[in-house]
Write a protein that binds this ligand. Sequence first.
Ligand code: MG
Ligand code: MG
Length: 248
Amino acid sequence: MIKLKSQLEIEKMREAGKITAGALLAAREVIKPGVTTNHIDGIIRRYIESHGAKPSFLNYAGFPASACISVNDEVIHGIPGPRELQDGDIVKVDVGAYYKGYHGDSARTFFCGNVSDEAADIERVCRESFYAGFAEAKPGARIGDISEAIQQYVESRGYSVVKEYVGHGVGEKLHESPDVPNYGRAGRGVRLSEGMTIAVEPMINAGAAGVYVLENEWTVVTKDHSLSAHYENTIAITADGAEILTKI
Ligand code: MG
Ligand code: MG
């Protein structure tokens, strides 16, 4: 069931989204060679808690940290730990903040020091593919319109789209209906209407689309160990389009 949100609920989600975005900015500021992913996680947790919110991911299905931090060939769900970032790494930080009963959910791909042209390009294409999908988000459109726009954008630039993990509805729960795949056909799927709140989150690989999960049962990595990028915002469908609730 898809739960439409009232103006008041969307206002609360705007606040949750603002804290989520702030936590990502705080993370971006500390990313540099030698910093551990644990340290970044601590910065995010303190930022969220000092704003009166709770980290959405902490203990979610047993996840042991406040943020997912995934480096290079890690796609999503990286567990923060003692790993020290190195110059040239790309660092995907995925954050959720729970505030006044609602979640924000957002992710970025950040650069550690000087990254390769390939790394910079996949970050850019991933970010732009989000906006290609976002441009389709309006009342009357369908989820498949967003999905196809993202897939087209990514594949026309020589990258592949991860199929096993998808965007989702978000609100009182971190993951709600409907699914928002990053692949599909325009004109198919759930029809969008005012008050829907969804997380649109392209995950794209420089090589093949295949992924697998590490033995820690969380971290998703590319099968061919090519680079992967992730970009996510929580958005609300408005009367005449859509609004990004996690804008940085
Ligand atoms: Mg997320
Ligand atoms: Mg999400």
